[in-house]
Structures are given as C-alpha cells and as structure tokens.
Design a binder for this molecule. Structure first.
Ligand code: GUN
Length: 263
C-alpha cells in the first residue's frame, strides 16, 4: 500500500481509539527554532491533531531563549496535570544542549521517546518499522544499511533494525566512497538520513529487490528533494515529500495514544 493510503487508514483507526479515551488528549509542541523543515513538520502535526480529535497547541519561543528559560517551560509541562504529552522540536539554537533538554522531559509525557527511560521509540524510526511491518516486508536476516548516525534517526533506526534481526551496518560522513558503494550494492534495506540531495543516484549499484527508505529532505528552487533520486532501479523507494514525513507524524500520535492509554 502506498504511504499516503496507509497513513489515511491508520489515522481513521487512531481517531476511533482516541474517541474511546476518557478525555480528549492534550498535546503541546515547544519550538525554539526558525528551521524550514521544523515549521513544515509543526504545521503538519497541528493539522493532524485537529483531524484526530487531539487538543494541541504550539509554544513558540524566540531564538534568543536561554537553556534556563527552556528548561523552566519543560518543567512546567512536566507537572501540568492538563498536559498528557509534549515534544521539544529539534534542532535547538546554539547554546542550548539538546541532551540536557531531552533528559529533563518527564519520561511519562515524552511523546518523542527521547528520554533514556522512555518506553517509546523516536517517531521517525518507529514510523518506518510500523510501515515495513504493515507491508509484511521480511526483516529477519536481511542486510540493512543505515546511512547517517544522528541521535534522532540513524542510531535508533540501527538499534530497532537489529531488534528485528537484520544484519545492520551504519555508514556515515567518514565512510569511504568505495565502502559506501560495496555496502549499498549488497543491501536489502537502505535507510538514508543525511540531508544531501540525491546522494544515492545512478552511480551506485543496487539489488533489484532493494528497499530504500528516504528520510532526507532538502529544499532548492525546484522544490523538496530526498537523499535518493526518484526512479532508481529498486523494488521500493519512499517518495519525498509524501513519504517518511507522514510516517513520523503518524508515529507521534501513536505514541501519544499509548501514553494516554497507559495512564
Ligand atoms: N526534528 C526532526 N525530527 C524530529 C522529531 O521526530 N522530534 C522532534 N522533537 N524534533 C524533530
């Protein structure tokens, strides 16, 4: 099923689950950046909330916000009984330590699953795994190559693919071109999240049966682009836009629903 259809189907199911809860879930997004990608994501997340019957609001703070000010907002949300869950949108301005913020979030309200004690997983890799399961794609014993080692995507993605019994290799900016070529050539599943337009192109060789999950998103005068070229000779390449971004937004509300159900 294409991602748009899958997301529409799952949204209807989540909407029903939300209606069964004792009260309307209350969700908050804290944003301390002017990032183009974040603005698009936040707008999408607020739109989803309305559609799903979730009460959501955005706390937008200026770029000059100090870490102390942000941590004060986080600690207020942590104890506010009206708030079921919240996220702090990344990236954060220079001078604010992302790790300090992540561990300050109440793990029971951590919709992003960023806190080390959170039982939930970060939304992008979780959304990808959910979709692969829905499509009944066998993961066990497959060669999975993760390109990019960010804390939000690459690292948790590798951990989750390992849990699915994939043979996992993580490649990054210091991987040689020759190694990159060889790993990609033998990969069954490639997850790329580096933010470099069309990094995977026709200079690489692919298995015909390969699946490329394109997490990257970059913008130029021609619009939005993924980290992989469209129409590569593989079995599946997720589109950009209309791909992983939708899966991430879906996983966010799946995580919020889990939090509300566990109360
Ligand atoms: N920035 C990019 N992706 C994410 C995400 O999943 N959560 C948060 N909080 N920030 C992000």
């Amino acid at each position: 099923m294409i991602i748009k259809e899958y997301v529409a189907k799952r949204k209807k199911e989540i909407q029903k689950e939300i209606k069964k809860l004792k009260r309307v879930p209350n969700f908050v997004i804290v944003q301390v950046n002017e990032d183009v990608g974040s603005n698009a994501y936040v707008k999408g997340k607020l739109k989803d909330a309305e559609e799903l019957g979730v009460k959501a609001r955005l706390i937008k703070m200026p770029l000059t916000t100090s870490q102390t000010d942000l941590l004060k907002v986080v600690s207020d949300l942590n104890v506010n009984p009206e708030v079921d869950g919240f996220i702090v949108q990344m990236p954060l301005p220079k001078g604010i330590n992302e790790e300090d913020v992540k561990i300050a979030i109440n793990p029971n309200k951590d919709v992003d699953g960023f806190h080390p004690l959170s039982k939930l997983n970060p939304c992008t890799p979780q959304g990808i795994i959910n979709y692969l399961h829905h499509e009944k794609i066998t993961l066990q014993s497959k060669n999975a190559v993760v390109i990019g080692r960010s804390n939000i995507v690459g690292k948790p993605m590798a951990r989750m693919l390992l849990k699915e019994n994939c043979n996992v290799t993580v490649l990054h900016s210091k991987t040689s071109k020759e190694d990159m070529f060889n790993y990609v050539k033998n990969a069954d599943i490639i997850v790329i999240a580096i933010g470099k337009q069309h990094f995977l192109d026709n200079t690489f060789e692919y298995k015909k049966s390969a699946i490329i999950i394109d997490v990257g998103i970059s913008r130029d005068e021609n619009g939005l682009h993924g980290d992989a070229l469209e129409n590569l000779p593989v079995a599946l390449k997720t589109p950009v836009p209309g791909g992983v971004g939708l899966l991430t937004r879906l996983a966010l509300y799946e995580n919020l629903l889990t939090i509300c159900k566990n109360k």
